[in-house]
Design a protein around this ligand. Sequence first.
Ligand SMILES: Nc1ncnc2c1ncn2[C@@H]1O[C@H](COP(=O)(O)OP(=O)(O)OP(=O)(O)O)[C@@H](O)[C@H]1O
Ligand SMILES: [Mg+2]
Length: 469
Amino acid sequence: MRLSSRKNNLTVNKYNSAMAKTKILVVDDDRNLLDLIHMRLEASGYDVFAADHENVAKEIVVQEVFDVAVIDLQLVNQDGLLLMEELHLIQPEMPVIILTAHGSIESAVKAMKRGAFTYLTKPFDSRELILQIERARERRQLTGEINRLKELLGERFNFANIIAKSEPMRHVLDQVARIADTESNVAIYGASGTGKELIAKAIHIASPRKDFPFLAINCAAIPESLLESELFGYKKGAFTGAVKNSKGLFIRADQGTIFLDEIGDMPLSIQAKLLRVLQERTFLPLGSDEPVSVDVRIIIATNKNLKEEVKKGNFREDLFYRIHVIPIELPLLKSRKEDIPPLVEHFIRKYSDLMEKKVKAITPAAMQKLMLHDWPGNVRELENIIEYAIAMTNNDTLTDDLILQTKDGESELLSLKDARARFEKNYLQNLLEITGGNVSKAAELAGKYRADLYNLMKKYDITPQDFKL
Ligand SMILES: Nc1ncnc2c1ncn2[C@@H]1O[C@H](COP(=O)(O)OP(=O)(O)OP(=O)(O)O)[C@@H](O)[C@H]1O
Ligand SMILES: [Mg+2]
C-alpha cells in the first residue's frame, strides 16, 4: 500500500537515500496485523524484521541493531512492556513504539513511564506509525540518549558523580543519604571495581565531617610493620630510622573519616589495636606510653567475605561486629545492566574532557556489545574500556571496533589459572617453533627436563612433529 501523504514520503526517502535503510523491528503475535505492518513499512522504504513471537525478537536483537522497534502491548505469552524492558537490556537506546488496544490509556501511560518512546492506539493509520517512527529516529539522532536518561534519573540525589539508575544502586544511595550524618562505622562490601571507594567518599562528603580530612589506606598494599606506624604514628626513637615523631593517619584524620580499604588483609596484631581505638577512642603511638584520643569515623571496605574470614580465624570476631554496624553491599555490574548506558555517558564526558577530544556519543552496535558483556572487572573495567576507546578514536562517536576487541565479546580478564595455561601453551609453541620441533633443544632453552616438556605438550595437545622444518 502506498502512502497518501506526500510530505511523509519525502521525509522517509530523503533519509533512506542518504544512508543505509532504517531498520525496524516489529513484534506482534497477531499474524495478520504483523504482515500488514510489515508490508506497509517495507513499501515506504524501511528494512523490516517481523517477529511473531517474543523469543524471535529476543534472539534477533542480540545479532542485529535496530533503529526503532514497534511492539504490541498484548502478546500472548508475554506482556509487551516486559519484552520492551528485556530488549532494552541489550539495546538500551532503541526507541520503542507500543501498540495498545483502544481505550487502554492507563497502560499507555505505564508504557511511557517504563521507557517507551510513544504509543499508538489500535486501529491506527500507517501514516501515523511512519510519522512516529521518523520522530523516534530523529530524536535519537539529534539528542541521543542523554536527555531521556537525565529525565529518568531526576535530581533525586546530589551525588552528581555517582551513576545509580538501577534499583540496587538507588538503594545504595538511599542508604548513603540516610547514614551519612550518623556517627556509625560503615562496612562496604563488593567485588573489585564496583565503586567501594567512591561510595566511601560520598558518605564522607554528605556527612558533617566533610570539612575535615578523608584519608584512605590500603591494608593489603602495606607491609605489617609499616601499616602499624602509618595508622598510629610513632615517637622519635621508637625504632631504627624513627628520627622524629610522626603523626599517624588516625591523628591526621581527627574529626574526619578514615577509609580502611581491603581490611580483610589487615594482620591480626593490628586488628587488636584497631579494636581498642574503636572501643576507647584512644591508642598509643609506637614507642609512646601517652595515650592519644581521637574522633574519627571509620569506613571499611573489602572484597572478601568477612564472616568466612572470621570462621577461618583470619579476622577477629569482636572487630567484625564493631565494624559491621552498617553494611552496604555493592552489586556486580552484570546484575545492574541498566547502569551501563548512563555510566558510558559519564565516562565519555569524563575522558573526552580530560583528553580534550570531541567524543559525544557511542554507536548502538558498540552499546549492544557493552550490554552483552559479562563485566568481571565491574565499573572499573567499563571505565578502562571507554578510556581506551576515546584515546584511540578520531571521531566524535565511539564505534564498536574500538570496544572489547576479543572474539565474541568475551572478557579479556582471565582467571590466573587460564592466563597461566594460555601463556604456557604459547610459550611451548614458540619454543618448538624456534627449535624446529627438537624437544631436547627446547628443554635446554627452557631449563626443563625433556619429560616435563613432554608432559606439557600432552596437556596442551601439541605435537613436536608439527614444528619440524
Ligand atoms: N556508580 C558509579 N558511578 C560513576 N563512577 C563509578 C561508579 N562506580 C564506580 N565508578 C568508578 O569506577 C572506578 C572504580 O571504582 P572504585 O575505585 O570506587 O571501586 P572499588 O570497589 O574500590 O574497586 P577495587 O576493589 O578495585 O579497589 C572509579 O574510577 C570510580 O569512580
Ligand atoms: Mg578500591
